[in-house]
Design a binder for this molecule. Structure first.
Ligand SMILES: [Zn+2]
Length: 157
């Protein structure tokens, strides 16, 4: 079966930075193809019309991957406002200054301030994706309604 709108695609992938530093190795995901925002548009474009077994390597600039860092997604908050046990590398849910809910990563603890960052960890990076299509099937009506794939390496709920 060829990949087209409303197919469920099992994708094996590895990701490195442009300099070869590995970011993800031999991962598997199931995604709903056809502009549902499950994966990057450039990846969907490269896979459109392909079948199981297809392999491709894509080199994407930050603009085509996870974008540029936004200073608005960095925040600094008084340590006393945090629950005890806040650690560098930990994550917590909060609001950006313009009121969007975001997951922030604790970047640094500096004196009595905690520096938080809600930018995607791969923002500002040129990325090399190595992709292999594992399987392709028609999505179910429920998957199309939800906008994601169920079971396997997809959503469980
Ligand atoms: Zn669902």
């Amino acid at each position: 079966m060829k990949i087209s709108k409303d197919t469920a695609v099992t994708l094996h992938y590895s990701v490195t930075e442009a300099n070869g530093k590995p970011l993800a190795s031999r991962e598997t995901t199931d995604y709903l193809h056809g502009g549902y925002g499950n994966t990057l548009p450039r990846i969907e474009a490269a896979l459109e019309g392909q079948e199981a077994g297809f392999r491709v390597t894509l080199e994407l600039q930050p603009e085509d991957a996870f974008g540029r860092r936004e200073a608005a997604l960095e925040r600094s908050i008084a340590k006393k406002d945090f629950p005890p046990g806040v650690k560098v590398g930990g994550q917590l849910r909060g609001m950006t200054e313009d009121g969007r809910e975001q997951i922030f990563t604790v970047m640094k603890i500096k004196g009595d301030q905690v520096l938080l960052d809600a930018n995607h960890p791969w923002a500002d990076k040129a990325l090399k994706f190595t992709l292999q299509v594992g399987a392709v099937r028609a999505a179910t009506a429920e998957e199309i309604q939800h906008g994601h794939v169920h079971g396997g390496h997809g959503h469980h709920h």
